[in-house]
Ligand binder design. Structure first.
Ligand code: SER
Length: 314
């Protein structure tokens, strides 16, 4: 039986991945680990919940021993925009936490580890379109620096210790359960929140800005499929390129207007424009498609319909 520990439980991905893992493996077998936000009662009652800082190796060790953990999803991370405001924090949280998890995973012979990378691993010198799996990685954000360093660290632990650690370079993820927080791709989430609440949105990137994006359901499924794939299928030990669709901020606004009549979008770029401009516009994820059968299901219309429907209920 799998015994799974998930850090960053209250974050954008954690809050949606955990219910899916519990559905699959049984709620008692998935330990959610938060670190600063008190969870809702609903979340707390849904299965084992613990508070621990992933920078605190002994706290993690105690949890691994207490629950006899064999699989870890280490999702804690400071995102790009917050990371530019506080680069030291981004380095500490993103690197120390990962190093602790990898070291403990070797020590306790953890079967599989997942850690998220991002399109932020790319930078202004990376090919902008159809970005290949193996390409230039010279990010100009601290978040991106921690993603490239983390990818190399994961690969090192695989080569050196045989640790089965797997990773994805997530594009911007669009979801409705947690409010947007700290990322550059957040405009593609915030636009739906504001459209439903106020009928208008002031977007913080220019209308011609194009970035790769994905709906949360696809991102969760990609994560589970990668983690379920047999070992021989995994040929990338840094992180797999992964994408669904790319669109401009203007196309996004027009699509939202299709479903919310009279929706108005203005564009007032701020410091996050520079970050967005440093990332690729489209991604070649053929390797993920070939190795473990990745394919996305949500296009922009489907995303808008789901986002608006769920946010209206929320
Ligand atoms: N969504 C992240 C961000 O914008 C990128 O991985 O920071």
């Amino acid at each position: 039986m799998k015994k799974i520990l998930v850090t960053g439980a209250m974050g954008q991905i954690g809050s949606e991945l955990i219910p899916k893992l519990r559905e699959k493996f049984g709620k008692e077998n998935v330990v959610a680990v938060g670190h600063h936000k008190e969870p809702s009662l609903e979340f707390k009652n849904a299965g084992p919940f613990e508070m621990a800082d992933s920078g605190d190796k002994e706290a993690l060790r105690n949890l691994i021993e207490k629950y006899q953990i064999d699989t870890i999803y280490h999702l804690v991370g400071v995102l790009s925009a917050v990371g530019e405001k506080n680069p030291n924090l981004a380095w500490e949280v993103n690197m120390n936490g990962l190093k602790n998890v990898l070291d403990l995973a070797v020590e306790y012979k953890i079967e599989r580890v997942f850690w998220p990378s991002s399109i932020a691993a790319f930078g202004p010198t990376t090919p902008l379109f159809n970005t290949p799996q193996k390409t230039v990685l010279e990010p100009t954000t601290m978040y991106g620096v921690t993603k490239v360093s983390g990818e190399l660290l994961c690969q090192y632990y695989f080569v050196k210790y045989g640790l089965d650690v797997r990773s994805l370079r997530y594009p911007g993820i669009i979801s409705w359960k947690t409010p947007p927080g700290g990322g550059t791709t957040d405009y593609a989430v915030a636009i739906y929140y504001d459209a439903v609440a106020n009928g208008s949105y002031d977007c913080f990137v220019k209308e011609e800005t194009v970035l790769p994006m994905m709906y949360m359901d696809d991102a969760v499924r990609a994560t589970l499929e990668l983690m379920e794939a047999s070992k021989e299928k995994i040929s990338i030990r840094t992180a797999y390129n992964l994408t669904a669709i790319s669109f401009s901020a203007k196309e996004l606004a027009e699509n939202v207007a299709k479903y919310i009549p009279n929706f108005k979008c203005t564009f007032t770029p701020d410091e996050r424009q520079k970050i967005a401009d440093s990332w690729p516009k489209t991604i070649d994820d053929q390797k993920a498609r070939d190795d473990w059968g990745w394919s996305h299901q949500f296009d922009l219309d489907k995303i808008s319909i789901e986002m608006i429907k769920n946010l209206k209920i929320k």
